[in-house]
Design a protein around this ligand. Sequence first.
Ligand code: GLY
Length: 592
Amino acid sequence: MITRRFAAPLAAVLTGGSVLLAPPTAVAAPPAEKPAERVDKTPVAEGYGGAVSTVDLDASKAALQVLRRGGNAVDAAIAAAATLGVTEPYSAGLAGGGFIVYYDARRGRVHTIDGRETAPGAMTSASLEGIPFEEAVTSGLSAGVPGSVAQWELALRRFGTISLRQALQPAIEVASKGFTVDQTFYDQTAANAARFKDFTSTAALYLPGGAPPAVGSTFRNPELADTYRKLGRYGGRWLYGGGLGAEIVRTVKSPPVTPGSTRNVRPGLMELSDLRAYRALERPPTRISYEGMDVYGMAPPSSGGSTVGEALNILEALPDVGVHEYLEASRLAFADRGKYVGDVPGVPLRELLSDGFAKERACLIGERAMAHPAPAGEPDGDYAPCPAPAGGAQPETAGPAREGPETTHLVVTDRWGNVVAYNITIESTGGNGIVVPGRGFLLNNELTDFTFGPAPGDPNLPGPGKRPRSSMAPTIVLDDGRPLLALGSPGGSTIITTVLQILVNRWELGMSLPEALAAPRATQRNTAQTQAEQAFLDRYGAELTARGHSFALNPEIGAATAVEFLGKGRLQAVAEPSRRGGGSALVVSPAR
Ligand code: GLY
């Protein structure tokens, strides 16, 4: 067990829209903000008084600004998320959704907020049947009812200290003044150019002059700045049934296809009544205990918490844990995820996360990779003695081709010890490719996360008002009731394996947190082949192939962000050193 201690929290009191700190105690006050301070992009930062890690320097700076002005972790997380909507608009935005896991230091409790998109009321289990996946990706049909704005409002109302208007301010500044186009933004725009040009609004915004903005140029989004300003003024009602909502519905039902485009763009089913009906929801977190630590995650409709949790329980039941065991535990947990987890009543969450079930599943892990596919288990409370271990992998070629680098994750902690782990997404990189005309943001295509079917009994078939199963896994670990670690990643269903692998690296393979994030990755999701980065193959490929594993190359898996509580108030914020161009970790104060 890793034991860390953390300083006691203070309470923040909101008075008339400004934040007062109460009462002053021995905890160091943050330094006054220096207007012209130069802040560089670095993947690791250590210090005190609060910390943030995102994939992007502007977003991390937005969070830091809020923290330094007395805001708490929730305030800062929303500010960072809104800024990512400007600078990482292909991964995040106000028309997307996400999941927040939040540790409330004052009450010592973990909460979650589900801001997942919903299917329109007119959607049935057959609505996506027979539609080619690639066609659904760029369509009005795949746009879910956006959850992010409702989630931001709920998070700020329940746990924040500033208004939505205040939280949007840093993002408005970045959208107005512009940000510097980096290689990642350029590459993502170029990869999407063929479909962006098929929509007049998207081409006008992201292909100025017909091409992606050049690396090093300044990219402004005044329409998004205006949208955020109005959102701050009118509140979420403007979207959930008001004028902005009407514009979204119009765009979904009648996408602004460029004249002459030959793309078959299916219209969506969304109505203003679907927007009116949308609610962000507080849900109990998932929790498992691993070597004495409490690992909290996101419950359904995300499969993140249950799948990471089940795999950790399986690993805990094994005498030794290495990369082979990591892959096998993940394989088994994914088999159960596929059969049992979705936005349906009766997900057997308690049993999926029980030690008895984990022990039964762990029995299947032998010296060699198990046969593909691993069957789902029976999380029924009646657990058998250990059966004979399965053996012999069946080499096949197919792996899930659909998972890309989409989505983003951020972590923030504040001087009081509150912690936010937040996954936000518009699903595909570039969402459905359709910018709402004049508004400066892309729509999501989250409904492609449903199983298209026909698939009788699949818990993830679409349905009216249903939330597609997610893999997002914002995770907070407590030790003795105090924060120890918070982490998460983008990457579709590889999110789960990235979070799991980082925890295995940190706790079982003796790596520091920066090493655990930088280490080469592999992802086994009950597929015939394990996808792996080249450096993972170089390091473990021969050994694992000899044990029956079979691999396919995946050039880059995940883009994690994390923070570790090192004890005595010291924080270590960590981002990727190189994946997705590297992330940005910042602390409020490098010295106590
Ligand atoms: N759209 C990515 C996920 O929800 O897992």
